[in-house]
Design a protein around this ligand. Structure first.
Ligand SMILES: *Cc1c(COP(=O)(O)O)cnc(C)c1O
Length: 383
């Protein structure tokens, strides 16, 4: 099976992890802060808070921004469920903003229309989470302008977009957001096996996210309610979690980051090659804006909706590990039970009916890519 995504592990990565195994600290040692600094420096953000998944990073970001019962969070329906679930963890409500059919990202015009209505209804969102789908950055400048007008916070779900740039600015710099989230799951751009990170330029937000990451406990005297009664003293200030990343994971991530540019270059080269090889087939190719530099986490093509299931099944039968990104979140049974229904976000639903993600990862060979294209061609010709 040619998978749709796969990690790329070097001898240097293995050496970095085994060095931690031989060291004094498997967790809560020096590797996590070193990883946080390296990610923050790479993208130009002031602070990084590493956690055990992007899901946890979304949760601590929402908690640190004060999201709670009675509040509303808006995100894109064309995403993984975690982008919405973070609101539910905080007891808040979720709503969605439909996508632009070309960029497949949250549509700023749809956002503005929905904000106008929400203002009249007295139900403006506290947080909006745009998702950089497939690694292509959202129109953050437009979303930021709306954030200032309507007074909401912005968390970028950049799980797909480590290494992407919007103009000259790296995704993660938080130029137009309060917090940016990265995922380091093995199918993503760089991996720590499981892992995530929250970036911010606001020191007090970084401090609060660090509290939520580890039981709500602080050892910093300036944050404490009481005078420390000894050097052992710590205080639990809120009901936090154990979302810590281990030193093993952080060491792997630090080593992987050395190849970030190489990974993105390989994805760009393979995607451009797909563009050429697929140009004459009856499939829609993924849009990439010329002013952005996509991280190309995914290469999703569109086939006529009536042909999607057959195409998918036949490719899988030929050992091509295609996938579908995404089943619109509002159509999941959990969200339907909260009142969402088919037809609520028609662009995301139309896109879902046509989407197939082809294999794309740095170590994909041109020969494997040729097999993918041959099998896709054969499947479409048979229909
Ligand atoms: C993968 C992913 C997540 C969750 O990442 P984990 O690290 O697995 O928790 C969240 N949002 C999007 C868009 C993702 O693709």
């Amino acid at each position: 099976m040619i998978p749709y995504g796969r990690q790329s592990i070097s001898q240097a990565d293995i050496d970095a992890v085994t060095a931690v195994l031989r060291s004094d600290h498997l967790t809560q040692g020096p590797a996590v802060p070193a990883f946080e600094s390296k990610v923050a420096q790479t993208v130009g953000a002031a602070h990084g808070v590493a956690v055990n998944s992007a899901t946890s990073a979304l949760h601590i970001a929402c908690a640190a921004l004060g999201l709670g019962p009675g509040d509303v969070l808006w995100t894109s329906p064309n995403t993984f469920v975690a982008s919405a679930n973070c609101a539910r963890y905080c007891g808040a409500d979720v709503d969605f903003v439909d996508i632009n059919p070309v960029t497949l990202n949250m549509c700023p015009l749809a956002l503005e229309r929905k904000l106008r209505k929400a203002e009249i209804a007295g139900r403006l969102p506290k947080i909006v989470i745009p998702v950089h789908f497939a690694g292509e950055p959202c129109d953050m400048a437009a979303i930021h302008r709306l954030a200032r007008t309507y007074g909401f916070s912005v968390i970028e779900d950049a799980s797909h977009a480590v290494g992407a740039r919007c103009g000259a600015t790296a995704v993660g710099a938080c130029e137009f957001s309060d917090v940016t989230i990265f995922s380091f799951h093995p199918v993503k751009i760089v991996t720590t096996a499981e892992g995530g990170l929250a970036l911010t330029n606001r020191a007090e937000l970084a401090e609060r996210m660090a509290l939520w990451r580890s039981h709500g406990i602080t050892r910093a005297p300036e944050l404490m309610i009481s005078e420390p009664d000894g050097p052992w003293y710590y205080e639990q200030l809120t009901l936090g979690f154990n979302y810590r990343m281990t030193d093993l994971q952080a060491a792997l991530g630090t080593s992987q980051l050395d190849r970030l540019a190489e990974f993105i270059d390989a994805r760009q080269r393979l995607a451009a090659r797909y563009d050429g090889l697929l140009a004459d087939l009856p499939v829609g190719l993924p849009h990439r804006s010329t002013s952005n530099h996509s991280a190309l986490h995914l290469y999703p093509v569109r086939v006529a909706s009536g042909r999607r299931a057959v195409t998918f099944t036949q490719l899988r039968a030929q050992g091509i590990g295609v996938n579908v990104h995404y089943i619109p979140v509002h159509l999941q049974p959990y969200y339907r039970a909260l009142g969402f229904k088919p037809g609520d976000f028609p662009e995301a639903e139309r896109y879902y009916a046509e989407a197939i993600s082809l294999p794309l990862f740095p170590a994909l060979t041109e020969a494997e890519q040729d097999v993918v294209v041959q099998e896709l061609t054969a499947t479409l010709e048979r229909q």
